[in-house]
Design a protein around this ligand. Structure first.
Ligand SMILES: [Mg+2]
Length: 126
């Protein structure tokens, strides 16, 4: 599916500054229909009452982590097709493998360049 400028994007990260960085990069791509959550549990609540088209999530967060959120999303037929981009400092092969097994759409390792995020979005929706 192509990048839809109106798609509603859920950014999940416990670090507000990181949510802001991601939001700014998305804004540069004219993507500004954005909602934020600070952990997986808050993200899940948003998913239940909002129409989310794309999830960008951190891994390590207090409460529900990003990998737990990913599994919950993929195991629920209502949300299982939502593209899910993991943006995390977890760079170990075992983490990447774990996310791949949980059917993550794409994976970005922090710190990252704006260009990397743009490329991954194009890869997902291109
Ligand atoms: Mg974190």
């Amino acid at each position: 599916m192509p990048v839809n400028k109106d798609m509603r994007i859920l950014i999940v990260d416990d670090f507000a500054a990181m949510r802001g960085i991601i939001r700014n990069i998305l804004n540069q791509l004219q993507l500004d229909n954005i909602v934020e959550a600070s952990d997986g549990a808050a993200a899940w609540e948003i998913l239940k009452k909002d129409e989310i088209d794309f999830i960008i999530s951190d891994w390590n967060m207090p409460g529900m982590t990003g990998i737990e959120l990913l599994r919950k999303v993929r195991n629920n037929e209502k949300y299982s097709d939502i593209p899910f981009l993991m943006v995390t400092a977890e760079a170990q092969q075992k983490n990447i493998l774990e996310a791949a097994q949980a059917k993550v759409s794409e994976y970005i390792i922090k710190p990252f360049k704006a260009e990397t995020l743009t490329q991954k979005i194009k890869k997902i929706f291109g």
